[in-house]
Design a protein around this ligand. Structure first.
Ligand code: PMP
Length: 404
């Protein structure tokens, strides 16, 4: 059992008022709030050990390098990667996906196929479209049903020896659906395709085991898991990371440079050109420690309670429709009220201190599927409460009365 009040006390931002009302933060799928240990670790880095890494022989540079590499190992253990050089620091999910999609330009030839799903965030669609334009490969889409679940029978039919990579999210940001990635990975491997999992929405709720999943790549962002903005992770199997060319050229990623030829550094440095987000990488480790101290099982169980409570309470409102009704979903509720634009609901509930997201959530194909301009999305974290859900329900009822 989590002691939510003492957890909330660790998040300074949550105690403030917005528009004269206590803040209710339900935009966790966009970014999470940060606990004091994370905020303090950012200051401590700059106050105590700030220096460039892997470069100087001086003490501070060694301390910063050690902290960065300790964080890498921490993340390796968290996701159960076999080697710590399979953990590449990135600026976030988008960076990780672009790194892999660019690398695949050297793998694909015209006529090959890249498979995405109907449930993807734009950042797991657009880089692959760009890759297809560059290489003459074809983009294939795994369809979904009305519950917002991928249709596995269709997926299996679409797979062939032409499929070179399948890229799907672990959890949909717009609907909250948890995808059956283990099955998807297994089927894709049967035809020899690689699999990238976009774990941006899963990392806050689930501790991924990349060896058990057997995925080839797994990416996520630090800012959604109580860590700093501009930090993130690309996990890649050693063999794949050795096969793909570097994404960016520059300092730190080389073995030797001459004007005739440059040789590249070993993993992970091959993919970490230039001065990285040192503080972000170090404090991402702090954030992961923090989440593990709360406990992922505790987080998942409590958030599921919030999801069930929120779903039941919101459905009391007449004319309210929830999009994404899979039984396998995380604490995301995407909804609309008949005849009312989602933006108008969002603007009114904001006046009452409640932060929700409105719009297409960077997943326009999902909105087109449901033939809607967007939704109101309330996404809950382990520091939210049922009382806050009650406040949302009252605010939405008020908005409905005002806008009807
Ligand atoms: N994929 C999914 C499923 C997401 O939810 C997000 C963030 N909303 C991203 C990718 C992109 O993450 P970032 O902006 O942190 O790179």
């Amino acid at each position: 059992m989590l002691d939510i009040q003492s957890i909330r006390a660790q998040f300074p931002i949550l105690s403030q008022k917005v528009n004269g009302k206590p803040l209710v933060y339900f935009d966790n799928a966009a970014t999470s709030q940060k606990p004091k240990v994370v905020i303090d670790a950012i200051s401590a880095y700059y106050e105590e050990i700030n220096a460039n890494i892997h470069r100087g022989v001086h003490k501070l540079s060694q301390l910063a390098t050690d902290a960065y590499e300790i964080s890498r190992s921490k993340i390796q253990h968290h996701i159960n990667a076999k080697y710590n050089h399979e953990v590449i620091f990135t600026s976030g999910t988008t960076h990780g996906i672009n790194l892999v999609s660019n690398g695949f330009a050297s793998v694909l030839k015209a006529g090959d196929e890249v498979m995405v799903s109907a449930l993807e965030h734009h950042s797991n669609i657009v880089p692959w479209q760009m890759l297809c334009e560059r290489t003459g490969a074809k983009l294939i889409v795994i369809p979904m049903n009305n519950e917002g679940e991928l249709i596995l029978e269709e997926f299996e039919k679409l797979l062939s020896e032409k499929t070179k990579i399948v890229t799907v999210n672990h959890i949909s940001n717009a609907l909250g659906t948890i995808n059956p990635i283990k099955e998807i990975i297994k089927k894709a491997h049967e035809v020899g395709a690689a699999v990238l999992i976009d774990g941006a929405q899963a990392a806050p709720h689930i501790k991924p085991d990349v060896q058990e999943l057997d995925c080839d790549f797994y990416v996520f962002s630090g800012h959604k898991i109580c860590g700093p903005t501009g930090s993130g992770i690309l996990y890649g199997k050693e063999a794949w990371l050795n096969k793909l060319p570097p994404y960016q050229g520059g300092g730190e990623m080389i073995k030797e440079v001459t004007f005739e030829k440059t040789t590249y550094a070993e993993l992970p440095h091959k993919f970490e050109a230039g001065t990285p987000n040192i503080e972000g990488g170090i404090v991402l480790g702090t954030a992961i420690d923090y989440l593990n101290s709360v406990g992922f099982d505790n987080i998942a169980a409590y958030e599921h309670e919030l999801l069930e409570y929120g779903t039941q309470r919101l459905l009391e409102i007449e004319g309210l429709k929830i999009y994404g009704t899979s039984k396998n979903k995380t604490s995301v509720i995407s909804f609309n009220i008949e005849g009312i634009h989602p933006y108008d609901i969002g603007a009114i509930v904001d006046k009452l201190g409640i932060a929700v997201r409105t719009g297409h959530h960077c997943a326009q194909p999902i909105m087109s599927f449901f033939n809607i301009p967007g939704t109101v999305r309330a996404s809950f974290a382990f520091y939210n409460t049922k009382e806050e859900i009650d406040a949302l329900v009252e605010a939405v009822k008020k908005a409905k009365t005002m806008l009807s």
